[in-house]
Ligand binder design. Structure first.
Ligand code: SF4
Ligand code: SF4
Length: 389
């Protein structure tokens, strides 16, 4: 079930004053200047779409539906809304309204949806490939009975360019002597992409399968290195399953922060000027702002400089909401804007803690002719660890 029901959705779209404050902070609108894809424009169109949807004989053109997928679901518009509308949940719920009423979602996303329903990963990879990242790691201390489940996520499992995330996170867990386990080839998607598309029925099936696995493992903590997985487990599962999952769920940045508190990590100097990009699903959605900053402060030699737009005001990397799947050029253009901010503060390392953010920022670096390198926090922490004697 979505967080906003149809009645709340209908109320919200008439509360909107059409003032346009939200358009001013919307990255997709700033790039393509389509009023119909802006937050204000989408809300205006919703009024019509709901009326048309109630009279099934009147169809809604596919490109109008598509406008709702030209949205990063970043939630920046929510922060400035003059009438306190939860625009983020409104746009998520409206995608669900389209899917429930059988309006076709953009073709590229339909492809992902089909894969998620068959092999439980968006790109349609063979399930066995999910644990390829584990192959060249020797002497792993993966335990049958563990306290901590490390949930790797699809983005970091299947794509070679992202497997540095689980490989490095395992290094951190081993360094800190954590009793951990991974699901391996049997891990399935967390359901976040199905939720982004608005397919709550598929998300529910996925969540039920995951719940069964978590219960069998009996772990007390689940750690996710992907902001999207962390959001799905903590924010969305309670709504779609109508219950909270038993183990506590932490994002890797929060867990590393706990390991710091327990004095389990020792760092060497990593001299350089660093800044931090708040991933939308970790920052604005889950309000996790301090742990990554605290970790950076604890690494000797790190000179931290805050971006002009940070925390609740941070700009999206450009890949959110499925936008990278339907318009890669738009996603990369938005990411190029992030590098302008980075240049302004003179940082040479752009740290984030979401593999999708790093992936998109990496794509944009060349086009932006940026001097700064995108780095994942996990990668940096693993590199900074002082090896045991
Ligand atoms: S969620 Fe982000 S991309 Fe979507 S309308 Fe709001 S500001 Fe624009
Ligand atoms: S800021 Fe809020 S009230 Fe104003 S147009 Fe945007 S959604 Fe509507």
């Amino acid at each position: 079930m979505e967080k906003i029901n149809l009645k709340q959705l209908e109320d919200a779209i008439y509360i909107c004053a059409q003032c346009g404050y939200c358009n001013n902070v919307c990255a997709t609108y700033k790039n393509n200047r389509w009023e119909s894809a802006s937050p204000r424009g989408k809300i205006y169109m919703m009024r019509d779409h709901i009326k048309l949807g109630n009279r099934r004989s009147k169809s809604i053109p596919a490109d109008y539906v598509e406008r709702f997928y030209y949205c990063l679901l970043c939630g920046r518009c929510k922060e400035v809304c003059q009438t306190n509308i939860d625009t983020l949940e409104l746009f998520r719920s409206f995608r669900a309204w389209y899917v429930r009423n059988k309006y076709p979602i953009p073709e590229n996303l339909q492809y992902l949806q089909k894969n998620l329903n068959s092999v439980y990963n968006p790109a349609g990879f063979d399930v066995e490939k999910r644990q390829l990242w584990l192959e060249d790691l020797d002497n792993l201390r993966v335990k049958q009975e563990a306290d901590v489940l490390y949930f790797v996520g699809c983005t970091s499992s299947f794509y070679l360019r992202n497997t540095f995330v689980p490989k490095n996170f395992i290094k951190i867990l081993e360094h800190a002597n954590v009793k951990y386990t991974v699901i391996g080839a049997d891990e399935i998607c967390c359901g976040n992409p199905t939720l982004l598309m608005g397919d709550y029925a598929s998300a529910k099936k996925i969540a039920e399968k995951n719940l069964e696995v978590f219960e069998k493992l009996g772990v007390s903590t689940i750690v996710a290195s992907c902001a999207g997985c962390a959001r799905a487990f903590t924010e969305d599962y309670p709504h779609i399953l109508n219950m909270r999952i038993k183990p506590r769920v932490l994002h890797a940045a929060e867990y590393i922060n706990e390991l710091l508190d327990e004095n389990k990590l020792q760092f060497k100097e990593m001299k350089g000027i660093y800044t931090y990009h708040d991933p939308c699903e970790l920052g604005r959605h889950l309000k996790i702002y301090e742990p990554p900053r605290r970790i950076l402060e604890n690494i000797p030699g790190v000179e931290f400089r805050e971006l002009l737009y940070n925390k609740a005001d941070a700009r999206c990397c450009g890949a959110g909401g499925g936008v990278k799947g339907i318009d890669n050029e738009l996603a990369v253009n938005i990411a190029k804007g992030k590098y302008l901010e980075v240049e302004e503060v003179g940082a040479r390392n752009l740290v984030s803690c979401c593999p999708t953010c790093k992936w998109n920022l990496f794509h944009a670096k060349k086009e932006a002719k940026a001097k700064a390198n995108p780095v994942d926090l996990i990668e940096l922490v693993a590199k900074a660890l002082v090896k045991a004697e």
